[in-house]
Design a binder for this molecule. Structure first.
Ligand SMILES: [Ca+2]
Ligand SMILES: [Ca+2]
Length: 880
């Protein structure tokens, strides 16, 4: 009986299985489990279109489990990670792991340490997160580039809700950790829609885990593509043909490299590792994406159908991309790159029973390709290739004379890359080239977007329809946006009534947004208006933070009720560092000294994770622009446009009461000040005095500067080094200068002492914030070697305190000395300052200060009950 019973159970089970299998086959795909997905993205605008598309899919079919951030491309890590957290929170997906950065490195012998952050292409990766921008320099840094991506044109903070996940120093999961967790857990599909650094490092470090990656879908490269942008109309004489017909899309570097596409060019060696990993690869190159532009019909249809928050966010972003587009060819030159890739990938995965990657959205073809990482002739040694140059054994045991051993493109105008006879670009770094022989990898390539068979639809590509349907579907849609999450948030500006006040000396604060600068700013806002009148803030993004961090300045001003103070955005390049022929891009000669990861940009851009606790200002960076200021067209709200430092300066100088002059405090590189005095002759005469925080006057060979990341340069200080030419310009001007150099800053950078004082004094919202930030910096310094330089930031508050106080109280000792600055382009000397009796400029130097009084004054002023915060925090701002 037992046997018989079991028999029937068995038959039943077999039937059930058979039926189930047939059922699935009939539908198309037998799916025993959801397909696990890991997305590696550089969090550009188009990337989150792809991300949202994936998040909308049925989770029992496709489960996005992790997102890792590619940090050496179109966005900056601190801004990218928080935008991702906000998008995932909106979509109710706080369960998706997010990885960013990591402090690991690659040793000289090629050993890959755990947790390499991927901030640098593999060829530039040493043991820290500082290094060159060989490839990334092709990406514009400021407005129109990373500035707009980091802020999503200013829409991000206006639209996205804010959850509890955020970047926090030392506890943020790293990219390699998240990759390890997700890939080691079982079969997974990877989508790579940025540069390939993270993935390549992972495969090089954990080759045994390659077997878990079922497939990699890559957006990148151009195989047989001919770029349709930058072409000239027939018979035109005035038009200069640009990328027209190029395989690649490097619009900032087509004169040296017409072959590469941005993602692969971001790290060609990494892409080579991924393509040659043995894992099946499907490539969605420019060949296909060039055939699916955001055309007018799609745009107009999208405008009419925005049923979900994610559709709204996507449309608003696309609209701003269109409205700020540099030319009049948006509809033919902005393509669906990453979003199309996500669609093609998902469609292929849904149709695995079909052959050759047949899918709904793209025509596919197998091709034999490789990724070019160096240029012929191979086996040369011309100083361009750190994998070989000066090494006995080439890094990673690469083969001398092999494909990696040629000339590696060094910059956008690398002379090797520009043919002498016709000036044409000949470098192929990053080219996904068709080849035969042992280097060839068989890859499934999308060649064309499929046409919509419905002739009556305005959407003439099948994917247009899917994209709009998926984003607008009610399933898995966003829960709220910023406004619906925080119905009590008010868009009000707080401004003090200055009319009846007797105002003190007018001050302009020029800052680079390092941690100490925010404390200096808080301090200046606490000094009685009768003593100083803070007229404007000028931002110098040539230092410790990226331009998008300007929003933290707005938030602090909002918190303190000072939405009346204008904030001007300065040049993103140090003097003479942008490309003369294309000023949106340039090398990173000086700024490369700042770490990308811990203690560097990642922390500055998030104010060590604390920026999100500040009240949110209705003022923020926006890409809104107007013809009046040289934009190609007016956007919907041109009046909101972010003013530039030069304009803010001009308006301050113009509106100055007769007889008054400006006092300037600089806490960063001197880029803005140098620009001002060289472009406006009258400016110097309207400046009363300049307090410069920075510079180091060495007392002997043991008395070193603070450039810990440039070992060859022992005596410079960061603010001077980051723009030596600007420093030289300022120190050769007629300005009346007081220098607050490193030595005196060091005498007031005891965390213990200031924390003790702050803990003793009664508190205000701002003193509590200062206490939190300082305690955090102190803790980090004590526990992690990457935070050794935290003293630098505490020391830089001194300038604000010194400028604003009765000097007799602080018992300062000042000496007048003749100072020179070195700025001849030599890394080991640039930015050094010294006493030159014959040629130096006489400058007052602050040499000593009573540190006990200093800490007292600082703590007391921050705790002063007047001129205190109007709203204490983000939480308070949104309470009932
Ligand atoms: Ca991307
Ligand atoms: Ca600073």
């Amino acid at each position: 009986m037992v046997l018989k019973n079991n028999f029937w159970v068995l038959v039943f089970v077999l039937l059930l299985f058979g039926f189930a299998a047939n059922f699935h086959t009939a539908k198309g795909t037998p799916r025993p489990r959801p397909r696990r997905i890991l997305l590696d993205t550089d969090v550009d605008t188009d990337d989150f279109f792809a991300l949202l598309y994936l998040l909308k899919l049925n989770r029992s079919d496709f489960d996005l489990e992790g997102v890792t951030i590619n940090t050496n491309a179109w966005s900056n890590a601190g801004h990218a990670v928080n935008q991702l957290y906000d998008i995932l929170y909106m979509m109710g997906r706080d369960d998706v792991a997010v990885g960013v950065g990591g402090e690991g490195g690659i040793l000289k012998d090629g050993t890959i340490l755990p947790n390499v952050g991927g901030y640098l292409p593999i060829i530039e990766q040493g043991v820290t997160t500082t290094g060159g921008c060989r490839y990334r320099q092709a990406i514009p840094v400021g407005i129109g580039g990373r500035m707009d991506v980091d802020t999503n044109f200013g829409i991000r903070k206006a639209f996205l809700p804010q959850g509890s996940r955020r970047y926090r120093p030392t506890t943020q999961p790293t990219t390699q950790q998240v990759m390890y967790d997700k890939i080691s857990a079982g079969p997974i599909t990877v989508m790579a829609i940025g540069a390939h650094t993270n993935l390549a490092i992972f495969f090089m470090k954990y080759p045994h885990l390659k077997k878990n990656v079922e497939h990699i879908y890559v957006m990148g490269g151009g195989v047989k593509s001919k770029n349709p942008t930058g072409c000239c109309p027939k018979n035109s004489t005035s038009c200069t043909r640009q990328q027209c017909g190029d395989p690649g899309n490097l619009y900032t570097a087509y004169t040296s490299n017409p072959y590469a596409e941005f993602n692969i060019f971001g790290d060609p060696f990494a892409a080579y590792q991924v393509f040659h990993s043995g894992i099946p690869i499907t490539l969605i190159p420019l060949d296909a994406t060039n055939t699916i532009p955001i055309n007018k019909e799609f745009f107009d249809t999208f405008e009419k159908t925005q049923n979900t928050y994610e559709a709204q966010y996507t449309f608003q972003s696309l609209k701003m991309a269109r409205d700020t587009w540099f030319g009049d060819q948006f509809y033919t030159s902005y393509f669906m790159w990453d979003s199309f890739t996500s669609g093609v990938a998902v469609s292929i995965m849904s149709n695995l029973n079909k052959k050759n990657g047949e899918n709904e959205f793209a025509e596919m073809e197998y091709m034999n390709i490789t990724v070019v990482t160096s240029n012929k002739p191979y086996g040369i040694s011309d100083g361009s290739n750190p994998f070989f140059d000066g090494l006995k054994v080439p890094k990673f045991n690469l083969k001398r004379g092999g494909v990696h051993s040629g000339h590696v493109q060094t910059g956008l105008e690398d002379p090797f890359c520009i043919a002498k006879n016709n000036g044409k670009g000949r470098c192929k770094d990053g080219y996904t080239e068709v080849v035969t022989g042992p280097e060839a990898v068989r890859v499934l390539v999308a060649t064309k977007a499929k046409l919509n068979p419905d002739p009556n639809s305005p959407l003439d590509r099948t994917f247009y329809k899917s994209f709009l349907n998926v984003l607008n579907a009610p399933q898995n849609s966003g829960r709220f946006n910023f406004t619906t999450q925080f119905p009590n948030y008010k868009e009000v500006l707080y401004k003090p009534d200055l009319k009846k006040r007797r105002l003190g000396k007018p001050v302009v604060f020029d800052m680079d947004m390092s941690a100490g600068d925010f404390l200096a700013l808080l301090y200046l806002l606490k000094v009685p208006l009768e003593v100083i009148n803070l007229k404007a803030i000028i931002i110098s993004p040539t230092g410790w933070a990226n331009a998008a961090t300007i929003d933290i300045v707005y938030d602090i001003l909002h918190m303190m009720g000072r939405d009346d103070i204008p904030v001007g955005l300065g040049e993103v390049f140090a003097l003479n560092q942008s490309l003369p022929t294309f000023s949106a891009v340039g090398d990173c000669k000086y700024i490369k000294a700042i770490p990308h990861g811990s203690g560097g940009f990642l922390d500055s851009d998030t104010l060590y994770g604390l920026a999100r606790d500040l009240p949110r200002s209705p003022r923020r960076y926006t890409a809104e622009n107007s013809i009046k200021y040289g934009a190609p067209r007016d956007t919907d709200h041109p009046e909101l446009r972010q003013p530039l430092s030069q304009e803010v300066w001009d308006s301050v100088l113009k509106t100055l009461d007769p007889g008054l002059k400006i006092t300037v405090l600089t806490n960063g590189p001197l880029t803005n000040l140098a620009k001002l005095i060289s472009s406006n002759k009258k400016a110097s005469s309207l400046i009363q005095h300049v307090y410069i925080v920075g510079g180091h006057i060495s007392n002997g060979h043991m008395d070193k500067g603070n450039l810990f990341s440039v070992p060859s340069n022992n005596y410079a200080e960061f603010n001077m080094f980051l723009d030596p030419l600007a420093a030289k310009t300022v120190f050769e001007s007629t300005l009346d200068i007081t220098l607050i150099p490193l030595s005196v800053q060091r005498s007031v950078s005891s965390y213990k002492k200031i924390l003790k004082k702050l803990r003793k004094t009664k508190t205000t919202a701002e003193s509590r914030f200062a206490l939190r930030l300082l305690s955090l910096l102190h803790l980090l310094k004590q526990n992690h070697s990457r935070y050794n330089h935290m003293d630098t930031f505490l020391g830089e508050i001194l300038g604000a305190v010194f400028l604003a106080n009765d000097h007799s109280q602080l018992s300062p000792s000042l000496q007048v000395k003749p100072i020179k600055v070195y700025a001849h382009g030599i890394e080991s000397k640039d930015g050094q300052t010294w006493i030159d009796v014959k040629k130096g400029k006489s400058v007052k130097i602050l040499e000593n200060i009573n540190d006990t009084v200093y800490y007292n004054v600082l703590a007391k002023q921050l705790s002063y009950e007047k001129q205190s915060a109007v709203i204490a925090s983000f939480d308070e701002q949104n309470k009932q």
